[in-house]
Design a binder for this molecule. Structure first.
Ligand SMILES: [Zn+2]
Length: 412
C-alpha cells in the first residue's frame, strides 16, 4: 500500500496527554498529521512498512499551547526588571522593533524560539495595529493559532480605535482555512476605553473568534479603573494621551467590564493578578478564559496569583509566557518552563498542568482541543522530552523538575 511509507511508529519510554492515562512505555501510530492510534505497545502494534522512531528515554507529549505571547518583542531579549512598571512600559515602547523589516525579524525569531519551546498553537499579541505578525505566522505555516492585533484608545480617542478595528476586520475577512486567525485586543483598561472593548466584542463575535486583553495586571491599573488617578494617569499626561474626556470606570476592571465580557464573544484575558475569588468567579461566569503567565507574574513581583482557587472552581484556564523580555532564558519561549515553575514552586499537579498547557489553551483560542491530545484524529504535533525510564517517579514529574531540550518527533 502506498500509504504505508507515510506511516510513523513512535515507540517511547512514555506517552501522555491531558485526556487519558499515560502509557509507559507507549506507542503512537502517526500518518500525515493524524494520530491513527496511541497507547501501550501491546495495544498499538507496529504496522508493516512503517518508519520506526525509537525514543526509550523520552516522554512524548502533544505540542503545547502558548495562549499569550508577544513574538514581535523577541528581538529585545530578556531584560531584568528594575521595579517600576511604568518605566518598564516606556523601555518597551523605546525598544519595540518598528518598521516592517525589524518586526519581521523579531517575529521570525519568536517563531523559532516558540518551536524550540514545543509550541504547536499560539495566541500572539501583535503590537499596535500591525498585521505583519499574522502575515509572518501564516507564511511560515508551522504554528496554528490566533494573532490578536492590539489597539489603544481612551476617552475621545476611542472612536479612532473602533474605526481602525472595523477597517482591519473588513480588510481581512474570516477564513476558516487559515492556520492563524486574526482577532482583536484592546490593550488594557488603562489604555483602551469601554467603547473599544464593546466594539472588539461585537466585531469578534461576528467573526466567531475570541478577543483578548490584558486585565487586572497591576494595582495601578485597578486604581486607574476605579478613579482615573495614579501612575497610569500621570503617565498618560506625560506622553500627551490624557484629555478631559477620560472618565474612570468607577470599579475594579472585572466589575466595570463584566457586562461587556458577558456578550457572546468569549474573551481571553491575560494575567488577572489582582482579582479576589469573587471577581474571578464573576469573570468565569462570562465564559472568559484566564491566560496566566506565571514567570511574568513572578518577574514583576506581583502578589501570589489566585489561580489555584480559580482552577478549583473549574474556571477555564490557559498558560502564556508573555514576552521574552520577562523570561529567564533566551533560547526558548516555552510553556513547559511555565509548567515547571508552577509544579516546583506551588506543587501544582502534572495532570492539571498538562490540561491548562494543552486543551485549556486550544479551547480558549477557539481550536479543536483534540489537536493537542493523543486521541485518534488530526494532531498539531508531538514533542519529546528526556526522562529517566529507570526512575520509578512519574515521567512528567521528572520532566517538570528538569525540563531539558524539546524535540519535535512528529509535526502536522
Ligand atoms: Zn502581554
Amino acid at each position: 500500500m502506498s500509504s504505508v511509507k507515510n506511516d510513523l511508529y513512535i515507540l517511547a519510554g512514555a506517552i501522555q496527554d491531558a485526556t487519558g492515562p499515560p502509557a509507559r512505555p507507549g506507542a503512537i501510530h502517526w500518518r500525515r498529521g493524524q494520530i491513527i492510534a496511541s497507547g501501550s505497545p501491546e495495544a498499538v502494534p507496529c504496522p508493516g512498512g512503517a518508519i520506526v522512531i525509537e525514543r526509550p528515554s523520552h516522554l512524548i507529549l502533544p505540542g503545547l499551547v502558548n495562549a499569550h505571547a508577544h513574538l514581535d518583542l523577541t528581538s529585545i531579549g530578556p531584560i531584568p526588571y528594575e521595579g517600576d512598571f511604568i518605566e518598564w512600559i516606556e523601555m518597551v515602547m523605546q525598544r519595540r522593533p518598528s518598521g516592517r523589516e525589524a518586526i519581521e525579524a523579531s517575529v521570525r525569531l519568536g517563531i523559532e524560539r516558540s518551536l524550540a519551546g514545543g509550541t504547536a498553537i499560539i495566541g500572539d499579541i501583535a503590537g499596535v495595529g500591525s498585521t505583519v505578525p499574522v502575515e509572518m505566522l501564516r507564511a511560515d505555516g508551522r504554528l496554528l493559532g490566533v494573532s490578536f492585533v492590539e489597539f489603544f484608545g481612551l476617552g475621545s480617542r476611542q472612536q479612532q480605535a473602533i474605526e481602525a478595528m472595523e477597517r482591519l476586520c473588513a480588510a481581512h475577512p474570516f477564513d476558516s482555512d487559515e492556520r492563524v486567525q486574526l482577532s482583536l485586543q484592546p490593550h488594557a483598561p488603562y489604555s483602551a476605553g469601554p467603547e473599544v472593548y464593546r466594539a472588539a466584542a461585537r466585531l469578534c463575535a461576528a467573526r466567531g473568534v475570541a478577543p483578548a486583553t490584558h486585565l487586572a495586571e497591576t494595582q495601578a491599573e485597578i486604581e486607574f479603573a476605579r478613579r482615573a488617578t495614579g501612575p497610569f494617569a500621570e503617565f498618560l499626561r506625560r506622553i500627551g494621551k490624557w484629555d478631559g474626556s477620560i472618565e474612570p470606570l468607577g470599579a475594579h476592571p472585572i466589575e466595570a467590564l463584566w457586562q461587556i465580557f458577558k456578550e457572546p464573544a468569549h474573551w481571553l484575558v491575560a494575567h488577572v493578578n489582582y482579582a479576589d475569588n469573587v471577581q474571578m468567579a464573576r469573570l468565569a461566569l462570562t465564559g472568559s478564559t484566564v491566560a496566566h503567565c506565571p514567570r511574568a507574574t513572578a518577574y514583576f513581583g506581583h502578589e501570589p496569583h489566585h489561580y489555584q482557587e480559580a482552577l478549583a472552581n473549574r474556571m477555564p484556564f490557559a498558560l502564556g509566557t508573555d514576552s521574552i523580555i520577562n523570561l529567564d532564558r533566551a533560547d526558548r519561549i516555552s510553556i513547559l518552563d511555565e509548567m515547571a515553575l508552577l509544579h516546583c514552586r506551588d506543587r501544582l499537579g502534572p495532570n492539571v498542568l498538562l490540561e491548562i498547557a494543552t486543551v485549556g489553551g486550544a479551547r480558549a483560542l477557539g481550536l479543536d482541543h483534540r489537536l493537542v491530545t493523543l486521541d485518534a484524529g488530526p494532531c498539531a504535533g508531538l514533542i519529546g522530552v528526556e526522562f529517566d525510564p529507570n526512575d520509578p517517579a512519574d515521567a512528567l514529574v521528572q520532566v517538570l523538575h528538569d525540563p531539558g531540550p524539546i524535540e519535535w518527533v512528529a509535526r502536522a
